[in-house]
Structure formats: structure tokens, C-alpha cells
Design a protein around this ligand. Sequence first.
Ligand SMILES: Nc1ncnc2[nH]cnc12
Length: 181
Amino acid sequence: MQKTYELTVGKLKRTLPIIPVNQTTAIASFVLLGDSELAHYAAGKLAARISKPFDCIVTLESKGIPLAEELSRITRHPKFIVLRKSAKAYMKDPIKVSVKSITTTTQQKLVLDGYDADYLRGKRVILVDDVISTGGSLEAAEQLLKKAGAEVLVKCAILAEGDAAKRNDILFLEQLPLFKL
Ligand SMILES: Nc1ncnc2[nH]cnc12
């Protein structure tokens, strides 16, 4: 039988499958894509806890996108920027950093379009993702934003997984445990 974890985010409950990611660790798999109810609800909760004025929301492809979209509507910041997993032909001088996450075995990339980098210079940014786990993706995002000359005001996520829940530099709604195999 599939092992599961019962996640509660405020008034919402979700049953997450527990999936091994390597020889020693399993995660409760949280897939925000397609869950517009949770994306909207969580964005409202995060928005209520962001008190500082800011200029722009930035997220990471791909599971952060629905959350950033909702946050952008709720906070009336109609434009948000997505850090991509690969460079595209339509980008101008993309800026790349390498990133390692808990769910991927190989080294990945995080890419900021040069057009977006120009837009972000001097802007106060809210950096948002679905889950913060090892912090690798978040750190890569911060590197890109630093290179672009943006100031990261708040780093936030719906869930902080494993040791990330001990961090006091991130805003999150709920903890998510890691599972030892
Ligand atoms: N628990 C989780 N579910 C889905 N994606 C993740 N990325 C990091 N932790 C995750």
C-alpha cells in the first residue's frame, strides 16, 4: 500500500504520497500544479503576512508559478518574473547559475532572462516558491537576483521541509517532514 502524509494548510487538507528520492530519504510529494484552490488560499495567507512594500514578485519554474500568479493578483502587483530551468532563444543575454535540489539527481540550471534582469535592477523583490527544502534552489535564485542588482525583501513558501523549518530567514505556512528509509 502507498504510504501517505496528511498535510494541513489552514482550512485545507491534502493527502500526499511518500516517495523515495534517494537511498536514504523519502519526501511527502507536494505538487501544487493543478491545485488552484490551495494556490489561491496559500497566496492569501502569505500576502497577509507580507507587511513591507515591494516592487516585484519572483518565482522559480515550475511549481512556484501558480503561487506567484495568485500572489501577484492578491497583492495587485500585476507583473511577476519566473526564473527558468533553461535558457530560451528569445532571451537576451541569459544569466545562469547551477542548482542542486532534493528531487533531482543531476545538476540543474536556473536562468534569468537579461530583459528581466534589466527590469529587476534596484527593485525590492518577494521571492516565492512552493516548498523550501535544502535551500539550494532558493540560494541559486538569490544569486541571480544579486547579479541583477535586486534586493530580496522576503523569501517565502507554502512549506518548509526538513531542516528548512528551523530557518528564521524564510516565511512559510507549514512544516513538511522528511522520511528516513
Ligand atoms: N516534498 C516535496 N514535494 C515536491 N517537491 C519538492 N521539492 C522539495 N521537496 C518537495
